[in-house]
Design a protein around this ligand. Structure first.
Ligand SMILES: Cc1cc2nc3c(=O)[nH]c(=O)nc-3n(C[C@H](O)[C@H](O)[C@H](O)COP(=O)(O)OP(=O)(O)OC[C@H]3O[C@@H](n4cnc5c(N)ncnc54)[C@H](O)[C@@H]3O)c2cc1C
Ligand SMILES: NC(=O)c1ccc[n+]([C@@H]2O[C@H](COP(=O)([O-])OP(=O)(O)OC[C@H]3O[C@@H](n4cnc5c(N)ncnc54)[C@H](O)[C@@H]3O)[C@@H](O)[C@H]2O)c1
Length: 484
């Protein structure tokens, strides 16, 4: 008999869900974590980043109160207070992910590094554990680029950024993806100078350019400086001298320009945490994007092993680094690994992603470009700007829009939103795409007035306006009016 029915490596969003469900179903479960329970999302990712953004947004609200006829002085940023808020948010959630809670659920938690010693055996904390099934949920970490000079300068990643005891005077951010953009706005709103250096022609390169334009304008208004389409050729240490009072980092660009800052944040993507697992011994196939699995998340080379969360690379689909994907994976695992249900597959057609800036940029399903790339040639696009939305006007927040991508048969393929708290609207579109509801369902929905979501309903309605006002409909109405 193996020692455990299920051994889970990693107690982040993915591993915790798998361990809790497996133990709840009566299986003997071990959960191995070498760092902090809760993984990246709780300790170095979603939670601290959203908490820091909330502090930044509060400062921005105070600065913008004059829009409503209220004059406030420039807010004073108490960095220790901001840190206390960020750490407090983590501390408030931590008990849910704690060793105590999982032990109480019947999970054996081993606080050590795990590594395979055979295809059916894992070593951790000086113990050798045999297993019926192993689930690798070791996550991903920040890519450290091969950049000349990086060895000689201090740099930050998401694992060290939230521990700064003083605010960065001038934060240089390498990478304008979701991490770069969220942290740029949070720090700019908290009074730091921020420069984002992006290698691609524009920031948020995967997002709809029409929406990104508005997002970029909002961040520029916050004081963020963008340098897009630039190559950093090397970094140098900035010594304190007569010109620079504090030490820091200089980023040297291809055109020779030099950007000096106090801190450098690396946000150029994520790499799966494969090192140290000894996957070769486990006969688990992995590549640069993670552990290769089928659509059921089972390793393609060792049938006892599954992978979930950031580290999973389902063949032909690819990895996605989101906490809600980690939860989705856990659900798939329960069906495929525990209940042995065939045809359980990962699918991202209705996947939401949100960049939690202000305004938020949310994309559910496909962007217009992705829809065309995937062969939906005859897509229709409908837009509705917040300048035409009563709630947005009442709140003086009219920057933003809703953009719907619609298939030839009138089904929603994707929705892109740039609006305050746009992420809160994502569920409605996810449900529509997932259930294949026609766009008319959204056009006919009764939504409370006045809400930002009405912009989506109006965009959907606009899709039917030409048909509604067509000569045929007018003729029909002409005939119907003669009826008694
Ligand atoms: C700054 C930032 C902000 C983010 N914001 C959001 C957001 O707003 N919304 C969202 O959906 N996603 C967000 N993400 C992404 C999200 O954090 C990840 O997708 C999620 O944490 C992945 O969960 P996971 O369980 O796969 O991995 P992780 O959370 O990384 O957990 C893996 C765990 O495995 C442990 N581990 C690794 N190797 C071993 C080993 N050999 N032995 C033992 N333990 C091991 C690690 O210590 C870690 O605790 C953000 C990420 C970052 C960096
Ligand atoms: N709100 C959220 O849901 C949220 C927030 C943060 C992170 N995440 C997850 O974490 C993942 C990682 O985020 P990320 O922002 O680090 O990565 P990313 O891959 O999404 O973006 C990295 C950016 O860095 C740029 N880049 C790469 N190399 C560069 C270089 N040498 N110099 C300058 N720019 C360079 C890329 O062109 C890209 O725009 C995201 O894709 C997402 O899945 C999600």
């Amino acid at each position: 008999m193996p020692d455990f029915d299920v051994v889970v490596i990693g107690a982040g969003a993915a591993g915790l869900s798998v361990a809790a469900i497996s133990a709840g179903l009566g299986l003997k479960v071990a959960l191995i974590e070498r760092g902090r329970m809760g993984g990246d999302c709780l300790n170095y990712g979603c939670v601290p980043s959203k908490a820091l953004l909330a502090a930044g947004h509060a400062a921005a609200e105070a600065r913008a109160a004059h829009r409503y006829g209220i004059r406030l002085p420039e807010p004073e940023i108490d960095w220790a207070g901001v840190r206390a808020h960020v750490q407090g948010a983590i501390a408030r959630i931590a008990p849910t992910d704690s060793v105590e809670r999982f032990t109480g659920l019947g999970v054996e938690v081993i606080q050590a590094s795990a590594c395979f010693t055979a295809p059916d055996r894992i070593e951790a904390g000086g113990r050798s554990l045999s297993f019926r099934r192993a689930v690798i949920a070791a996550g991903s970490s920040a890519v450290v680029p091969d950049l000349p000079g990086l060895d000689g300068v201090p740099w930050l990643t998401n694992e060290t950024l939230f521990g700064l005891e003083e605010p960065p005077g001038h934060l240089i951010i390498l990478g304008g993806g979701p991490i770069g953009l969220e942290m740029a706005q949070a720090h700019a709103r908290l009074g730091c100078l921020v420069t984002v250096l992006e290698a691609a022609p524009r920031v948020a390169i995967r997002e709809d350019p029409e929406l990104v334009e508005g997002l970029r304008a909002a961040l520029v208004a916050d004081g963020v400086e963008f340098r897009e389409g630039v190559k950093v050729t090397r970094v140098e240490q900035l010594e304190p001298n007569s010109k620079a009072a504090v030490a820091g980092v200089i980023a040297v660009l291809e055109d020779g320009s030099r950007i000096a800052g106090t801190h450098l944040l690396l946000a150029v993507g994520r790499a799966p945490r494969l090192a140290g697992l000894d996957l070769a011994t486990a006969q688990v196939e992995a590549g640069p994007r993670g552990i290769v699995t089928g659509a059921d998340l089972r390793s393609v080379s060792n049938k006892r092993v599954w992978a979930v969360g950031d580290i999973a690379d389902p063949r032909g689909i690819g990895p996605r680094a989101f906490t809600h994907v980690a939860s989705q994976h856990a659900g798939i695992l329960v069906r495929s690994m525990l209940f042995r249900l065939p045809f359980t597959k990962v699918g991202y057609a209705a996947l939401p992603r949100v960049t939690y800036t202000d305004p938020e940029l949310a994309q559910i399903g496909l962007t217009e470009a992705e829809a065309r790339e995937q062969g939906h040639e005859e897509v229709t696009v409908q837009r509705w700007t917040l300048a035409e939305n009563d709630r947005a006007i009442a709140e003086a927040r009219t920057e933003g829009m809703v953009k719907l991508v619609i298939s030839r048969s009138g089904k929603l393929l994707g929705a892109g939103l740039l609006a305050p708290r746009a992420g809160e609207m994502a569920g409605m579109f996810g449900l529509m795409i997932d259930r294949g509801l026609p766009l008319s369902a959204l056009a006919g929905l009764v939504l409370p007035y006045p809400t930002l979501a009405e912009a989506a309903k109006r965009a959907a309605g606009a899709h039917y306006t030409p048909k509604l006002l067509s000569p045929f409909t007018k003729r029909l109405i002409g005939l119907l009016k003669r009826l008694p």
